[in-house]
Design a protein around this ligand. Structure first.
Ligand code: X2X
Length: 357
């Protein structure tokens, strides 16, 4: 009997030791891919593109070159089809992503919360939602579908520009042909205002502005200054009607396979790059806050130009709406809430309203 115990102990050890050694060894033998792809809709000169590149650079630096992430700008891996990013990242066809919530809003319905017209209003509200209960629910939805969320960046409050006339009232928008992103909610908003909206990929948009195929468009300042929108459109209305955050993330299964130390680095660098990117996107638009962050924390020597001052110098007519004018737009787009809150989810909408209090 004693012998039997001894033999089985020996056997067990013989079996266990190599298994333990092997699994320990396998962990150390984590073999990264030569290149991980990253989806980015815009080019490298945009605040969004700069933030994406920063994240990739930080990952490389902090993993001593082990993890090499390459941004593919201009939705190059999607043949320009920006609204396909969520599926591509969830399927693992693309590894990493720095992308707009709008471009995933046809798949993840809760992301349309950010696109309810005149709902957010201020950066404080945006931050409260992102970091609040509504944000948590949205992140759950993103991850349920297979995309690991790591940080919120920002494209920004979207402003209206056009080549035809100054826009101060909903009536002024009526009849304008407006390029919008491929999202039915944006079509609904502009139809509600009596405009003629057309879905178009960003990849085709600037040519369309140039050729006058459309009269106008809507995008945040960080996009507008880089494309020199004043070369195509004379009128800009600052109406802050929606804001699109950016999602810093990656394929969920890929995330789960990374060793713990690499996960930690990827998470920390996403937060750092997103904070920097958000400060670029908000520079000049939130008093001195983001400008100071860029100067002190991020040691930026050459600050970007003041966007609306620059546009004015280039000959644009910039219209800031009075509270009464803004209210007229809010009233005119109210029916959008009735149609879209059920799609976004009443529960999420209520969470967001509570977060903003
Ligand atoms: O297509 C746009 O308008 C852009 C660049 O802002 C987005 O990708 C949402």
């Amino acid at each position: 009997m004693k012998l039997m115990v001894k033999i089985s102990a020996v056997l067990l050890t013989a079996l266990l030791v190599p298994t333990l050694l092997f699994s320990g060894g396998a962990k150390e033998e984590f073999k990264p891919k030569a290149e991980y792809t990253m989806q980015v809709n815009v080019g490298p000169a945009f605040d969004w593109g700069i933030g994406a590149q920063r994240w990739a650079d930080l990952i490389k630096e902090k993993t001593q070159g082990k993890i090499n992430v390459k941004p593919y700008f201009g939705s190059a891996l999607l043949a320009g089809k920006q609204t396909n990013w969520y599926q591509a990242v969830a399927d693992g066809a693309i590894d990493f992503v720095v992308e707009s919530t709008i471009n995933a809003s046809t798949v993840i319905k809760s992301l349309n919360l950010f696109n309810l017209p005149f709902f957010l209003g201020t950066y404080e509200n945006v931050d409260k939602i992102e970091n609040g209960k509504a944000g948590k629910k949205i992140i759950e939805d993103l991850e349920k579908g297979g995309v690991k969320f790591l940080a919120w960046g920002e494209n920004g409050f979207r402003q209206l520009t056009n080549s035809k006339r100054e826009v101060k009232t909903p009536k002024d928008v009526a009849g304008l042909k407006i390029r919008v992103v491929g999202s039915p909610l944006f079509i609904d908003i502009f139809k509600q205002l009596g405009a003629d909206p057309v879905n178009m990929n960003w990849a085709d948009a600037v040519t369309a502005f140039q050729q006058g195929v459309v009269d106008g468009q809507e995008n945040p300042k960080s996009v507008l200054t880089v494309v020199k929108i004043w070369e195509y459109h004379k009128y800009m209305t600052n109406w802050n009607y929606v804001l699109d955050p950016l999602i810093f993330g990656l394929n969920l299964k890929l995330w789960e396979k990374f060793p713990q130390d690499i996960k930690k680095t990827i998470q920390e660098t996403a937060l750092e790059a997103a904070e920097y990117q958000k400060a670029l996107a908000r520079a000049y638009l939130d008093g001195d806050k983001s400008l100071n962050l860029l100067k002190t924390k991020f040691q930026v020597k050459e600050l970007p130009p003041e966007p609306f001052k620059l546009a004015k110098e280039k000959g644009m007519v910039i219209t800031d709406l009075t509270p009464a004018q803004l209210q007229a737009f809010k009233d005119a787009t109210k029916p959008i809430y009735d149609k879209w809150i059920p799609q976004i989810g009443k529960e999420l909408y209520d969470l967001a309203v509570a977060d903003m209090k």
